[in-house]
Design a protein around this ligand. Structure first.
Ligand code: ADP
Ligand code: MG
Length: 699
C-alpha cells in the first residue's frame, strides 16, 4: 500500500513550491530575501505568511501549531497550541499571527542550561528558523503544524543545538566567501555547509524489549551472555531484507517522504538486527532537523510493527554498535561543491585550498573534534575494534595523498587517474575505476567529493559535530583569506599556503588501517591525541583556545561554551547513574532470585541423589559453582551500591563525572561479569531475561 513516492514527497511540507502558490508575489519575494540572509522579516510580512500557513495546515487537518526546538538534551521539544481563538459571541475562529509564527515563549526552567539561567529566571524564547521548512506532522489522530525554531534564554544566550549551528553556518559562509573572492570568484553570493547523515539502528522484537528493564530505561543491554552466534559469518551486512523489516522500512520511507525527508538508501548493517538509513544530503541545518525527524520516525514506526528501534551506540556487547556517518561538504549558491576535485585536482586551486583548510582545521582541532562525539554510549565504541579509534586522523586516498605530497615539495603537477576495470567476462561492462579506494576504518575520510566524519554516535544530534566542523574550517579559511587578501601574487601566495599546510599537517593524514594496534603506537609517535574516556574528552572543551575560537566567530560566548560543557558532563553522570540503578534493580529483583531458586533446586537434587545412595558429585560441583557466582554477584551488587552512593555525593560536575567513571563503571562491569556467567549455568526456563540469541536473531 505504498504511496507513490513522487506524489507523497513533501506533501506535508510548506516548501518553496507551496509558498509560491499560497503567498502573494511580493510577500514570497520578501521571504526569499530573508531566506538568503539579506533582510530580516518584517512583522506585516510575517502576518501574511502565518495566515497562509494556517490555512494550508488546517486544510491538512491540523488543529494545533508548535515551535519545535532542540534543547541541549540532544532530542527535540514541542508545546502545542490550538489555532482556536474565542470570539465575543461565544464561538471561536482559527487564528495564527505573525508573532505566533516567529516567536514563542516556553518556560525554559526545565531544560538543561548548564547554569545559563537560574530557576527563577524561567523565561525562554523560541524564534522561527525560516531556513528549515515548516511542516505538518501526524501523530495518531493529532495533526500539528511544526515550526522549526531556535531556543534561547531571557538574556539571549543559546540554550539549544540549532543556534550555534546557524551561527557557524554564517561564519563559514563569511570566511569561505572571502577566500573565493580572493581567488578571483565573482559569481558566488553564498557558501552553504551540506550534510548527509547515515543513521544506524537496531530493531528488536517488542516482546523481548518489554521484558528487559535495561532496554526500556537505558536503551542498551546491561546484561547478556555472548550468544553462540554473533556477526562472525559476515552474512548480515547488505544481506537480503527480512520481510518484516522490509515492510517496516517501506512505512518509514513513506512517512519521511511526506515530511520532505529524502530517505534514500537502506540496508542491513554489520551486526545481526542492525540496519542503516541514509538521506540525500541537504544544508546542514535542514539535515539536522531531518535527522531528528528520522530518529523519531524510526522509533514510532517500529512500534507499529511490534519492533523497538534501538538508537543507542552500543545496545549489545560483543557485536558492532551504531554510529552516524556525517558526510559534510561546502556548496556555493551557484551550484559548485567546493570539495569536488574535478578530473585534475592538482590544478584546481579552489578545491586544493578548501581541502587544505579542512586538513589543517582538523589537525589543529583534533581534540575538540573528538570531544564533539564524547558521550556515554560512544564510549563503548570509540577505541573498541569495530569503530574508528578515539584518535582523529584523515584519510585522503591515493590520488589526493599523492597531490598532498607534491604540494609539500612546492607544487602539484599531476593527478593520478583511476582507469578502467575489466572483469574478464564479455557480457559484463567495463567499470570506470575511482582514483581512490575506500577506507572504512578512518574516522575522517575523504570520500570523493566530501568528508565523512565517522565517529559520531547514533543517538547524537548532528548539530554538535557540525557546528564545530563549520567553525574550525571557518577559522582556518579566515587565516587563509587574511594572507590571500594581502598578497600581490595571489596564486603564488596560495601555493605557499598549500605547501605550508602540506608540510605542517602531514601528521594527521593516515591512509592505513585505523583499527590496527600498530596505528595506536604510530599515532603516539606522531603526537596525535588519543583521548579514550568521555569525561577526559569533555574536560578539554573549555580551553583558552576553544573559548577564543568560538567567540572569534560569534558561535558561542565563553559563558555559553562553559555551560555546554557542564550540560555534557552532567548528562554523562545522569546516564551512568540510570544504568547503574537499572542494573541494581534487575540484579537484585530478577537475576539473584532466579539464581537462588536454581541453587535450591540443585541443593534438593544433591540431597535427593545422595539420599538414594548414589554419589552426587556432579550436582555438588554444579551447586558449588552456582553458589560461588551468586556470592560474586552479591559482592558486586554491594560494591556497585557503594560506588553509586559515593558518586552521587560528589560535588561539581567534573568530579562527579570522574567518580561515575572510576567508581561506578568498574563495579557495573563486575556485576555483569558474574551475572553473564550465571546465565550460562542456570536452567533456561528460570532465566528471567530474553537472551542475546533471541533478541538478535528472532524476528
Ligand atoms: P556510503 O555508505 O557509501 O558512504 P551512502 O550513500 O550510504 O554512502 O551515504 C553517503 C551520504 O553522503 C548520503 O547521505 C549522501 O547524500 C551524502 N553526500 C553526498 N554528497 C554530499 C555532499 N556534497 N555534501 C554532503 N553530503 C553528501
Ligand atoms: Mg552507507
Amino acid at each position: 500500500m505504498s504511496d507513490n513516492a513522487t506524489g507523497a514527497f513533501g506533501r506535508n511540507v510548506f516548501n518553496e513550491a507551496t509558498m509560491r502558490e499560497c503567498l502573494p508575489k511580493n510577500v514570497f519575494k520578501s521571504l526569499k530575501r530573508t531566506l538568503e540572509g539579506r533582510q530580516p522579516l518584517d512583522p506585516a510580512t510575517a502576518d501574511v505568511i502565518a495566515n497562509a500557513m494556517k490555512d494550508w495546515a488546517i486544510e491538512k487537518g491540523a488543529t494545533h501549531f508548535c515551535h519545535w526546538f532542540q534543547p541541549m538534551t540532544g532530542s527535540t521539544a514541542e508545546k502545542h497550541d490550538a489555532f482556536i481563538s474565542p470570539t465575543s459571541d461565544g464561538k471561536t475562529i482559527m487564528e495564527f499571527s505573525g508573532k505566533e509564527l516567529t516567536q514563542g515563549e516556553p518556560d525554559a526552567s526545565s531544560f538543561p542550561s548548564g547554569g545559563l539561567r537560574v530557576t527563577f529566571e524561567a523565561r525562554g524564547y523560541t524564534a522561527w528558523d525560516c531556513t528549515s521548512p515548516v511542516f505538518v506532522k501526524e501523530d495518531g489522530k493529532n495533526i500539528t503544524l511544526y515550526i522549526p525554531s531556535a531556543f534561547c534564554s531571557y538574556t539571549g544566550e543559546s540554550l539549544d543545538k540549532k543556534t550555534p549551528l546557524l551561527r557557524s553556518m554564517e561564519a563559514l559562509n563569511k570566511q569561505a566567501l572571502r577566500v573565493l573572492k580572493a581567488l578571483g570568484n565573482t559569481t558566488t553570493q553564498r557558501v552553504i555547509a551540506t550534510m548527509g547523515p547515515e543513521q544506524e539502528y537496531f530493531l528488536v522484537d517488542r516482546a523481548f524489549c518489554d521484558e528487559r528493564l535495561d532496554l526500556v530505561l537505558a536503551g542498551r543491554t546491561l546484561f547478556g551472555a555472548k550468544p553462540p552466534r554473533g556477526q562472525e559469518l559476515d552474512d548480515h551486512y547488505f544481506g537480503s531484507l527480512h520481510e518484516r523489516v522490509a515492510s517496516f522500512m517501506n512505512e518509514v520511507n513513506n512517512e519521511l517522504w511526506k515530511l520532505g525527508v529524502t530517505a534514500k538508501t537502506q540496508h542491513n548493517e554489520v551486526s545481526p538486527a542492525q540496519y542503516e538509513l541514509a538521506p540525500v544530503f541537504s544544508t546542514v541545518n535542514v539535515a539536522t532537523d531531518h535527522n531528528q525527524l528520522t530518529m523519531e520516525t524510526l522509533q514510532k514506526i517500529a512500534l507499529r510493527h511490534d519492533f523497538v528501534c534501538l538508537l543507542h551506540e552500543k545496545p549489545f556487547a560483543g557485536v558492532n554498535g551504531s554510529g552516524k556517518h556525517n558526510n559534510w561538504s561546502m556548496s556555493t549558491d551557484d551550484g559548485n561543491n567546493l570539495l569536488d576535485p574535478g578530473d585534475t585536482p592538482h590544478d584546481n586551486m579552489v578545491f586544493l585550498v578548501m581541502l587544505g583548510a579542512v586538513v589543517s582545521a582538523v589537525d589543529k582541532n583534533a581534540t575538540l573534534l573528538r570531544a564533539t562525539v564524547a558521550n556515554t554510549g560512544n564510549e563503548h565504541r570509540l577505541g573498541a575494534n569495530e569503530a574508528p579509534p578515539a584518535i582523529v586522523s584523515i584519510f585522503l586516498g591515493d590520488q589526493l595523498n599523492d597531490i598532498f605530497e607534491q604540494l609539500a615539495q612546492g607544487g602539484a603537477k599531476t593527478s593520478k587517474q583511476g582507469g578502467e576495470l575489466k572483469l574478464g567476462v564479455s557480457t559484463l561492462p567495463p567499470l570506470p575505476k575511482d582514483c581512490t579506494d575506500r577506507n572504512r576504518t578512518s574516522p575522517f575520510a575523504f570520500t570523493g567529493n566530501k568528508f565523512e566524519f565517522r565517529m559520531v554516535g547514533s543517538t547524537q544530534s548532528v548539530a554538535g559535530p557540525s557546528f564545530v566542523l563549520n567553525t574550525i574550517v571557518a577559522d582556518t579559511l579566515s587565516d587563509i583569506a587574511d594572507a590571500l587578501e594581502k598578497a600581490d601574487d595571489v596564486n603564488g601566495a596560495a601555493q605557499k599556503i598549500l605547501q605550508d599546510i602540506a608540510v605542517k599537517h602531514a601528521n594527521i593524514v593516515f591512509n592505513g588501517d585505523n583499527y590496527a594496534p600498530e596505528w595506536v603506537e604510530e599515532a603516539a609517535r606522531r603526537g596525535l591525541p588519543n583521548i579514550r574516556s568521555t569525561v577526559e574528552s569533555l574536560e578539554t572543551i573549555p580551553s583558552e583556545e576553544n573559548i577564543a575560537l568560538f567567540s572569534r566567530h560569534g558561535v558561542l560566548s565563553e559563558h555559553e561554551l562553559k555551560a555546554r560543557t557542564e550540560v555534557l558532563l552532567e548528562a554523562y553522570s545522569m546516564q551512568i547513574n540510570i544504568e547503574a540503578e537499572t542494573m541494581l534493580n534487575m540484579a537484585k529483583r530478577q537475576i539473584l532470585p532466579s539464581c537462588c531458586e536454581y541453587s535450591a533446586r540443585l541443593g534438593n537434587a544433591v540431597a535427593a541423589v545422595a539420599g538414594a545412595g548414589v554419589a552426587a558429585d556432579t550436582q555438588t560441583k554444579m551447586l558449588k559453582k552456582v553458589c560461588d557466582l551468586i556470592t560474586a554477584l552479591q559482592t558486586g551488587i554491594e560494591a556497585l551500591e557503594a560506588g553509586t552512593a559515593k558518586a552521587a555525593g560528589v560535588d561539581g560536575s567534573e568530579g562527579q563525572a570522574q567518580s561515575y567513571r572510576d567508581d561506578v563503571i568498574p563495579a557495573m562491569n563486575a556485576v555483569r561479569a558474574a551475572a553473564d556467567e550465571l546465565e550460562m549455568l542456570v536452567d533456561a526456563d528460570l532465566w528471567p531475561l530474553p537472551t542475546y540469541a533471541e533478541m538478535l536473531f528472532m524476528r
